[in-house]
Design a protein around this ligand. Sequence first.
Ligand SMILES: [Zn+2]
Length: 609
Amino acid sequence: MKLLILWGSNIIFFNQKNTYLGSIRIYMRTCIKSAFLFISMITSFCYAQLNITVSNIQAENIMLGNYNPSVYMPTVVIDQPDLISAGIFNNVSPDSLKANIIKLSTFHNRNSASDTLSPTIGIGAARKWVFSKFQQYSNANENRLLPFYLQFDRVICTRNKHKDICAVLPGSDTSDKSIIIIEGHIDSRCEDECDTLCNAQGIEDNASGTALVMELARVMSQYSYKHTIVFLVTIAEEQGLFGAEAFADYTYAKGITVKAVQNNDVVGGILCGETSSPPSCPGLGNVDSVDVRIFSYGNFNSKHKGYARFSKLEYKEQLLPFVDTPMNIMIMTPEDRTGRSGDHVPFRIKQYASIRYTSANEHGNANVTDTAYHDHQHTTNDTLGVDTDADQIIDSFFVDFRYLARNAYINGNAAAMCAIGPKQPDFLLSAVGADRIRIEVTVQTQYNMYRVGVRSNTNDWDTVCTMTNTLIDTFDVSSINDVVYVSIMSVDGDSVESIPSKEYTVNISSVEEAKALANEKVQLHQNRPNPFDESTYIQFYADGIVPYNTAELVITSINGVQLKVIPVVMNPGMNEVMYTHGYGATGILYYSLYIDGRLIDTKAMVFAN
Ligand SMILES: [Zn+2]
């Protein structure tokens, strides 16, 4: 108790010589906390993007769903999924992508703070050109595509005013107002992220993604979708994802609902550099033109991972039967490469389903301060390619335009199916005997068909089963961990899946047996110290090896409100986890140990400070 009193008050600090060190800690903590709070306040006041506006109010109304869809219907409506998939597949052109990338290379430097006045070089000329291309695609499609800028103020490398270049394709059904975004950043950089004069062609990073977004705007504008689609070319990714963050902040502030976000960053290169950020490619000179990676946040019940799985499924079902070069879509575990980030992240922070496409092979880890760094990424070497026969014409390109085209139609197909598909369902999951699950659809019960995605220890589904003309069904499943993760999709009359439901998990081993085993072998202990001040240790004992897939401690308030979920590793013997509640509160909390979603035990802990 002496400790508690001491931690609660700085006055006692001077009177208790035997607890001198503990008191110093309090004092230091308070200082650090105050300094941190102060810095956070300064940061949030000075550095947020300000004055975020769109240049075309009609574009805003469309994103809000406040418009008459008939105004934007084409003379000939093409809205059948198979025709749209085939149309995207057949019309995405490697030559068109190449032309876009060559044009993007001519602006010399597309740094966010580069020239905005020159008609030929710098970010100003580059964004005017992208805008004019969006307008050109619109003109070719009965003016259905509306280009606009999203403008914002923020000091980035000395420049204060910035613009994302956007185009909105209005959906045909305003009853569900959510939009789908396909994005890629246009800004480029050299070794110094604020160098506005160097030769910063930024071809892999990220003329490839910009060209992809533009090509999909051109091709996809020919078709009709229920949902509105936004083609978004962002600025200031390299200095901190500011253009994407401005767009995410804008949609959030306006109440525009975002159904899904597909970010494309470094999507055309097939050569591995000397270095690359983990998870990495094999090494210098390795070529890979058949794998593409999708990075996304979270694991169990992650809507981002769910959207990645959906995108892959739509590729396999709509396009794979027709392609001559099959692509392998790798659903990666982390949100991005180690230590790296991208324009999907600000949207994920706003809770929108967000994924990032990136080539399997990358040329460099962007560690430009390393004197031994010879790779292209974030340097003047991220160029079009090389002139192999000395005729002053580049004939060997670092971006593979056919590979880029494949990534473009994978993107376009996923966005299109998301934009025309049915509504997202929900369901109840249970185990019925060993290796058998029961599904009962409970939300969006109007469809004749549902797909059931089942996975065990991988990021992708192991199997996708089908339910026809029923809302209740059972399936045989298997899992090496005796645990399966299940989500379902509605299927409409045109055989298009919805994005996946929430994910649930269940133990499919002989359920009673597993339960008895875990309860017998695992004991949850009383936390120590208890009562506690800011932090306490929660311990649990495992008698030998306990087979499990997930184990977590769940902290709940006395009112049953879940405060924190702490994933834990269960080693044989005593395990302990530190729980920090924070300073300046008193009361009772409960902590529960769950193994594979099954409750093992619950205990109370008391905190006082
Ligand atoms: Zn990039």
